[in-house]
Design a protein around this ligand. Structure first.
Ligand code: PEP
Ligand code: MN
Length: 269
C-alpha cells in the first residue's frame, strides 16, 4: 500500500458500470456513492437509484447483510436484497456497492456488486479480506471503529497481497469520547496522512462519521477541501421510517440540494 511501492504514482481503481467506467483516483473527478443504509424493498431502492443518478451519483450503495450492534435489530434482507440491487443496477445504470460480512455469502455478493464493501467491524477479519481480495473485484475497505492508520493499511495489504490492486480506503469516523453530539469523529486528517503514505484512493463517509444528517454536508465539504477522491452519502426516501441509520440519512431532496452545494467545490471536470 505504500507510496514508494508505486514510486509516488497514485493507483487508479477503474470500475466498469452499466453507465461506463468510473475511475477512483487523484487525477479524476470526485466519485459520489449514494443510497440507503439497507435495501428495504424494490420500490425504495429503484426509486432512490433513479433519483440519485439524476442528481449526479455514480454508485448506489445499499446493505443486504447488515452488521448491527444488536442481534435483535434489523439484520438486512440478505439474498432477496441482492436481487433488488441487481434490479436497481439495471434500471439506473449505477454501479453497486454492498457489504459482505461472511465468506459463505461472498459468491452471491460478488455476482451483484461492482465494488465489494468490507465494513468497519470486519476490517481485521483477515480470512474475509483474503477471500474478498481473491475474487479480483474492487474492494472498499472501511476503517475499523478504533483502527490506527497503520492497522488499516496493513488490512489493505491483506487484499493487495492476493494480487488484487483495486482497493479504496474509506474513512467513516473513529470512536472517541463524545457520542452525544456525533456518532463518531470524522478523521479529516486521515486524508493528508494517507496521501503521504499510500497510493490508494480515498473515500469519506460523513454519514456514519457524524450520525446526523444535518452535519453531513459540512463534513463532506471539509473532506473535499482536504482532497478526498470520493464520498459515500446515505440517502433514504423517508429517513423517519428507515429500518437502519435513519437519523444520518439525507432525504432524496436533501441529496439533490447537497449535490448543488458541492457542485462548485469538487473535482467535477
Ligand atoms: C454501512 O455502510 O452501512 C456500515 C455499516 O458502515 P460501517 O461499517 O462504516 O459502520
Ligand atoms: Mn448505515
Amino acid at each position: 500500500a505504500s507510496l514508494e511501492f508505486r514510486y509516488g504514482e497514485p493507483t487508479e481503481v477503474v470500475v466498469p458500470t452499466p453507465n461506463g467506467s468510473i475511475t477512483f483516483g487523484q487525477n479524476h473527478p470526485l466519485v459520489i456513492v449514494a443510497g440507503p443504509c439497507s435495501v428495504e424493498n424494490e420500490e425504495m431502492i429503484v426509486e432512490t437509484a433513479l433519483r440519485v443518478r439524476a442528481a449526479g451519483a455514480q454508485f448506489l450503495r445499499g446493505g443486504a447483510y447488515k452488521p448491527r450492534t444488536s442481534p435483535y435489530a434489523f439484520q438486512g434482507h440478505g439474498e432477496s436484497a441482492l436481487s433488488l440491487l441487481a434490479k436497481a443496477r439495471l434500471a439506473s445504470g449505477l454501479g453497486i456497492i454492498t457489504e459482505v460480512m461472511d465468506t459463505s455469502d461472498l459468491d452471491k455478493v460478488a455476482s451483484v456488486a461492482d465494488i465489494v464493501q468490507i465494513g468497519a467491524r470486519n476490517m481485521q477479519n483477515f480470512s474475509l479480506l483474503k477471500k474478498v481480495g481473491a475474487t479480483g473485484k474492487p474492494v472498499l475497505l472501511k476503517r475499523g471503529l478504533s483502527a490506527t492508520i497503520e492497522e488499516w493499511l496493513m488490512a489493505a495489504e491483506y487484499i493487495l497481497d492476493t494480487g488484487n490492486p483495486n482497493v479504496i480506503l474509506c474513512e467513516r469516523g473513529i470512536r472517541s469520547f463524545d457520542r452525544q453530539y456525533t456518532r463518531n469523529t470524522l478523521d479529516i486528517s486521515a486524508i493528508p496522512v494517507l496521501r503521504s503514505l499510500t497510493h490508494l484512493p480515498i473515500m469519506i463517509d460523513p454519514s456514519h462519521a457524524t450520525g446526523k444528517s444535518e452535519y453531513v454536508s459540512t463534513m463532506a465539504m471539509a473532506a473535499i477541501a482536504a482532497g478526498t477522491d470520493s464520498l459515500m452519502i446515505e440517502v433514504h426516501p423517508n429517513p423517519a421510517k428507515a429500518l437502519s441509520d435513519g437519523p444520518q440519512s439525507l432525504t432524496v431532496e436533501g441529496f439533490e440540494q447537497f449535490m448543488q452545494e458541492i457542485a462548485g467545490l469538487g473535482r467535477f471536470f
